[in-house]
Design a protein around this ligand. Sequence first.
Ligand code: 13P
Ligand code: SF4
Length: 308
Amino acid sequence: MDLVKEIKRLKEEKNAVILAHYYQVAEIQDIADYVGDSLQLSQKAAETDADIIVFAGVHFMAETAKILNPSKMVVLPDLKAGCSLADSCPPEAFEKFTKAHPDHVVITYVNCSAEIKALSDIVCTSSNAIKIVESVPKDTPIIFAPDKNLGHYVAKQTGRDLLLWDGSCIVHEAFSIDKLIELHKKYPDYKIIAHPESEEHILNTATYIGSTSGMINFVKTHPEEKFIVATEAGILHKMQLEMPNTELIPAPAVEDNTCACSECHFMKMNTLQKLYDCLKNESPQIEVPEHIRVRALLPIERMLELSK
Ligand code: 13P
Ligand code: SF4
C-alpha cells in the first residue's frame, strides 16, 4: 500500500488536518499540512475548521489542541508518545508546591499535562517565555515550571527571580559539553545555536538561543554561516529543506544515548504507518475531562492573547 497516497485520500475524505512538530520523522513532516513549533501548532489547532486534527507530536501537544478546540476529534498516532519534561511534574506534588506559595503567579511551560495547566495562571512556550514573564508586574513573585533549564535562561534574560520547579527534558540534557567543545575545535567556523531547554553550559557556548522556529529562522537569515545545532535532531530536516546549501551538524550527545545526536524517542514513536492507522480508525483519540479542560483553557488563552 502507498501510505502517503492513502493518508492524503483519507485526509480529504474525512476533512482532517495533519499538524506536525519539527521533531517528527521526515516522512511525517513532509505529509503534514502544517509543521511548526509548540506555539504555532497551538495557534493552528485553535483556528482550524477541519473535523479531525491528527496531531503528529507528543501527548501534551495533542491535549493542548483538544483543550483549545474541544468540538474537534483529536487523534495522536501513538498514545505512548509522552514527554520526560511533562512527566517530571506530577499534579499532586505541583498543587502542593503552588499552595505553599499562594502569592506567586504560576507560569507553566506548555510541556506539561492538562492537570498542571489547570493549576496555572499563564502558559508559555519557548518562543514567548520571556514575553510572558515580563507581562507579570515586577513586584509579583513567579513560579516557573516544569523546565528548570528554560526557567534559568528566562530568569537570566529578564532579571527576574523565578521560583523554579526541578524538571527537565532528557533529550536536551543529553548534550555532552566535552564533545561539543571537541567538535567546535574541529569546526571552529561553525556557529552553535541552541534550544533553551538545554543546560546552561551548553547555552553559554551558543551564538543564538531560541525555540525551534526561532532556530530555523536564524539559520534562514544567516545564509553565509554554518551551524552546530543543539536541539532534537529532527529539526535538521526542515532547516536543510529551507537552506539546502547550509552546512549543519547536530550537537553530540553523551555516550550512552541511542544515537550520536539527540533524538526524542517519544517524538519518534509516531510513524507514517501509525499516522495512517489513527486516521483510518479515528483512534487513539485524546480526551480531556471537561472540568480540567475549562480550567486549563484560561492560561492557554492568556498566552495566545499575549502572543498576538
Ligand atoms: P518548541 O518547538 O516550542 O521550541 O518546543 C520544543 C520541544 O521540546 C517540544 O517538545
Ligand atoms: Fe519532551 Fe524533550 Fe521530547 Fe520535547 S524533546 S517532547 S521536551 S522529552
